[in-house]
Ligand binder design. Structure first.
Ligand SMILES: [Fe+2]
Length: 394
C-alpha cells in the first residue's frame, strides 16, 4: 500500500495480514486498517465445501450447531489466499481479502455501504426525464433511469406509446407488477361511479396509494395515455424531505407519528383493503423507511386517550408542511409521459381539471422498489455474492 505524506508514519502502519486474536474475535489488517470479526461470525460464514451448496452459494452449515466456544486452533495469513483458519470443530476455512473487505462490518465499512438519497430542496424542480426508447433498449439507459428512481424517488419516461396497457409492458422490462385489489391496471379518468376520489375531476392532495395494506405498493407507474384537459397538473412531494423538516423542527411531533397507528381503508362493492400502522416507519438505524400519507383514506383513530390530541398536533404540523408547496414539483404531464414514483417516499397528486375541455386518461400499475433495485444490481453485475474461498473440485 502506498504511503501518503502527512498521513500515518511507516512505523505506525501495520502490514496487511497482521493478526491479533483474543477470546471471542480476531483483528486482521487490510489496506493498512485493522478490521475485527467475531469467531462465531467467521465460522458461520465459511465457504468451505462442507458448509455451502456449491451451485448456489447457499449455506449448508446449520448455524445453531456452531458451539458457543468456537475459536481458531490455528489462524494465519497467506498473501493471495487471505485469512486461513483451522477451527476447533475441525473445519478448515479460508477468507479472501476481497471477501473480508466486502463483508467487513466495522462502523466505517457499514457507513460506506449505507444507502443515502438526495432529499428535494424546498424549491424542487421537475423529476429527471428519460426517453422510452433508451430505457427499454439498453443497459445504460435503464441504469440511468433506475439510478434516478433510487436517488430522487421519481422519474419521467417520455414518448411512451399511447397504447392501452403499455404501462404493463413497460413494467415487465424493469421488474414485476404488484397485484392488488381492484384492478391489475388501474384506469384513472372521470367516472361518476368510480370507487376513488381520483375518478372525480377535483384536486387530489398529495398522497401515497394503498396505505390500507400493511405493505403498501412501493412503486407506482402512471402512464398518461392522453392529457388534453385544461388543468390537472401533476404534483409530487418528497415526503422524506417533509419528514426531515418535521424531525428537525419538532422532534416530538415526528416521534408521535412513528408510534401512533392510523387505520386506512379503501374498498369497493366487491373488494376491501384495511390496515392500521404508524404513518412513519423507521429502519434499525432510525431512518425513515416507509411513509404513508392519505388524508382521504384515514379512518377514525383508535389510540390511547392521552395520545389523540398529540397525534392531531403532529398530523396538523406535517400536513401544513406537505401543503406548503415546499419540496413540491408541479408540472403538466404530456401525452406519453410515464411517471415513476417511489411511493414509500414520494407523494403524488394533481390539480383540478375541467373534464369538458378535453380527454384525460391515465393507466397505472404498482410494483415493488425491491424489484427495481434488484434489476439495477443485476445490470451492474453486483448481485452475486463473493465466495470467501474458491470452490474445490470434487
Ligand atoms: Fe393516488
Amino acid at each position: 500500500m502506498s504511503q501518503t505524506l502527512g498521513h500515518a508514519s511507516p512505523e505506525t502502519t501495520l502490514p496487511d495480514g497482521t493478526l491479533e486474536l483474543d477470546g471471542r474475535s480476531l483483528s486482521v489488517v487490510l489496506d493498512g486498517r485493522p478490521r475485527r470479526f467475531h469467531y462465531v461470525w467467521l465460522r458461520d460464514n465459511s465457504w468451505a465445501a462442507d458448509d455451502r451448496v456449491r451451485q448456489s452459494g447457499e449455506r449448508k452449515l446449520f448455524t445453531a450447531s456452531i458451539p458457543p466456544d468456537i475459536a481458531p486452533t490455528v489462524a494465519s495469513w497467506a498473501p493471495e489466499r487471505g485469512l486461513e483458519v483451522l477451527w476447533n470443530d475441525g473445519q478448515a476455512a479460508t477468507y479472501s481479502p476481497a471477501w473480508l473487505r466486502r463483508y467487513d462490518y466495522s462502523p466505517a465499512a457499514r457507513a460506506d455501504r449505507r444507502r443515502t438519497v438526495t432529499l428535494w430542496s424546498e424549491t424542487a424542480g421537475e423529476p429527471p426525464r428519460f426517453p422510452h426508447a433508451e430505457v427499454v433498449a439498453g443497459r445504460e439507459g435503464q441504469l440511468a433511469y433506475l439510478d434516478a428512481v433510487r436517488e430522487f424517488g421519481a422519474a419521467v419516461v417520455t414518448d411512451v406509446p399511447s397504447e392501452h396497457h403499455e404501462v404493463e409492458r413497460f413494467a415487465r422490462t424493469i421488474g414485476h407488477i404488484r397485484e392488488v385489489a381492484f384492478e391489475r391496471v388501474h384506469n384513472v379518468r372521470h367516472d361518476p361511479a368510480g370507487y376513488n376520489v381520483a375518478h372525480t375531476p377535483g384536486e387530489l392532495k398529495p398522497h401515497t396509494d394503498m396505505p390500507s395494506y400493511n405493505w403498501p405498493p412501493s412503486i407506482q407507474l402512471l402512464h398518461f395515455l392522453t392529457n388534453q384537459a385544461t388543468g390537472g397538473e401533476s404534483t409530487l412531494v418528497d415526503g422524506w424531505a417533509a419528514l426531515a423538516e418535521l424531525r428537525r423542527d419538532a422532534p416530538h411531533h415526528f416521534d408521535v407519528l412513528t408510534r401512533v397507528a392510523v387505520p386506512f381503508q379503501l374498498f369497493s362493492d366487491d373488494e376491501d383493503t384495511w390496515a392500521e400502522n404508524p404513518m412513519v416507519q423507521l429502519d434499525t438505524d432510525g431512518e425513515v423507511r416507509l411513509f404513508r400519507f392519505s388524508n382521504q383514506l384515514a379512518q377514525p383513530l383508535s389510540a390511547p386517550f392521552d395520545q389523540v390530541e398529540k397525534f392531531y398536533d403532529a398530523y396538523r404540523h406535517l400536513g401544513q408542511i406537505i401543503d406548503s408547496g415546499r419540496y413540491r414539483a408541479t408540472f403538466k404531464s404530456a401525452d406519453g409521459d410515464l411517471l415513476t414514483v417511489h411511493s414509500h417516499r414520494v407523494l403524488h397528486g394533481r390539480m383540478p381539471y375541467d373534464p369538458t375541455s378535453g380527454a384525460r386518461h391515465l393507466q397505472d400499475v404498482y410494483m415493488e422498489f425491491d424489484d427495481l433495485m434488484a434489476r439495477r444490481r443485476v445490470l451492474r453485475g453486483e448481485h452475486k455474492p463473493i465466495p470467501a474461498q474458491p470452490q474445490e473440485r470434487s
